[in-house]
Design a protein. Structure first.
Length: 141
């Protein structure tokens, strides 16, 4: 992979976004963020922007400190087979992803680990929904 391809992939990978929200109220009494991502159905051929791929109810999170695990799979069925109760299978950026909210060090079966992001602090026992988005930036070199 060339240096340009490496920088491009790093920039694109950084724009897979996770937004956690409670079903009742904003986390820790904060004002909900202004909506900046549009539904993927409104992409309409645009190359640049932020697109909401899916909103997935996670239910209660058992710990106050969780991590976002990003793994890729060769096929959609392989990712679905590895998915746990806090996992979501998404097709974005030309890949099949398994996004999972779990404890540090958690690993699914199979797949290729891309990243473990965290800690993310939440209220244990609270109902959460994960919103996943894909962003396409303008690269300036």
């Amino acid at each position: 992979m060339s240096p340009l391809q490496s920088r491009t992939w790093a920039a694109v990978t950084a724009f897979l976004l996770l937004m956690l929200s409670t079903s009742v109220s904003p986390a820790f009494g904060q004002t909900p963020p202004r909506r900046t991502c549009l539904p993927i159905s409104e992409r309409a051929g645009r190359d640049v922007g932020c697109w909401l791929i899916v909103a997935e109810p996670l239910g209660q999170l058992p710990r106050s400190e969780v991590f976002w695990h990003l793994d890729t799979y060769p096929t959609h069925p392989a990712a679905v087979a590895a998915k746990g109760p806090h996992g979501t299978v998404v097709e974005a950026l030309g890949r099949v992803w398994l996004f999972t909210i779990e404890e540090a060090g958690w690993r699914p079966s199979g797949g290729v680990r891309v990243a473990e992001v965290g800690p993310i602090f939440v209220k244990a026992g609270e109902q959460y929904t994960a919103q996943y988005a894909e962003g396409s930036p303008i690269l300036v070199m």
